[in-house]
Design a binder for this molecule. Structure first.
Ligand SMILES: Nc1ncnc2c1ncn2[C@@H]1O[C@H](COP(=O)(O)OP(=O)(O)OP(=O)(O)O)[C@@H](O)[C@H]1O
Length: 267
């Protein structure tokens, strides 16, 4: 991975979603080579935080910093080179061939759709597309159209498109939503591989047992950070009861943290 900013920070960030104060004084550091999961109940402000980290929503107070400089001081091109985003329920062009869709991650839209390219398409672009296809196990259907893929396969293509851009940070909003157990674990496995190669990952996750596989968790509640740190420090019955209003058991199975709802109505 090439040189670039190593640190993405929320500094006392306040962000409104519509008129609602969705993020209220969040400070958190995200570093390259680390997988951070943002967790918290519905409406806690997770997506709003992610969008603010990407510069897609302007903060009301506080700021986002990339490499120590305010995000707004970076040009749009610099920002999109550094930060890739996989939005919740992202739509891909249904008639696009998988390879062409992944190439969009390198700005290929201009070539494919007959617009004037900003720069020539190179062998390095082609190699980056190949590599992203390989790293997400999507090469075997690179010639199929998006409309012919399952939801889980499409999600891998979205991930490949984001990775083809060679970002410094990848921000994912509920990337395992609607995926079966195997596909969800695959996404986490791909992410872990990229993190080992130096990518910084920030992923909003609802499944606490998948989130437990991250290096670090940020637990949001009511737009504020209720807890942050390694999974074992954040996934405690006390924190989870306060955030979700649910009693849970936290245990370890085969060395992994496991969170189980202890709801008496199910017994
Ligand atoms: N455009 C809007 N206008 C008013 N309120 C909004 C708007 N967008 C979001 N909100 C509110 O802001 C709060 C935070 O929303 P956000 O989508 O960031 O939460 P979240 O933690 O990602 O939730 P979920 O897990 O349900 O996706 C919620 O209470 C939501 O209703």
């Amino acid at each position: 991975m090439t040189e670039g900013p190593d640190l993405l920070q929320a500094v006392d960030l306040h962000v409104r979603a519509g008129s609602h104060p969705a993020v209220r004084g969040v400070s958190a550091d995200f570093v390259r080579g680390q997988f951070t999961a943002v967790i918290g109940p519905n409406g806690a402000g997770k997506s709003t935080l992610l969008r603010a980290l990407l510069g897609l929503s302007a903060p009301e107070a506080g700021e986002v910093r990339l490499g120590g400089r305010p995000l707004r001081a970076w040009s749009r091109a610099q920002r999109s080179a550094a930060l890739a985003y996989l939005a919740q329920g992202e739509e891909l062009p249904p008639s696009g061939r998988v390879r062409d869709v992944v190439a969009l991650g390198r700005g290929a839209g201009e070539w494919r759709w007959g617009l004037i390219p900003a720069r020539p398409w190179t062998e390095a672009d082609e190699a980056a597309v190949d590599s992203a296809l390989d790293r997400t196990d999507t090469r075997r259907f690179e010639n199929r159209r998006v409309s012919e893929l399952s939801g889980g396969e499409r999600q891998r293509v979205s991930l490949a498109r984001a990775l083809a851009a060679h970002p410094r940070f990848l921000l994912l909003d509920e990337p395992t939503n609607h995926l079966d157990l195997a596909y969800a674990l695959d996404v986490i496995r791909y992410v872990r591989c990229e993190v080992a190669g130096g990518l910084g990952v920030v992923a909003v996750l609802h499944d606490l047992n998948l989130a437990a596989r991250a290096d670090r968790l940020v637990l949001l509640h009511g737009g504020r950070v209720l807890a942050a740190g390694p999974p074992e420090a954040v996934l405690t019955p006390e924190h989870l009861r306060e955030a979700y209003g649910v009693r849970v058991l936290v245990t370890r199975v085969a060395g992994r943290l496991l969170v189980v709802a202890d709801d008496p109505t199910f017994s």
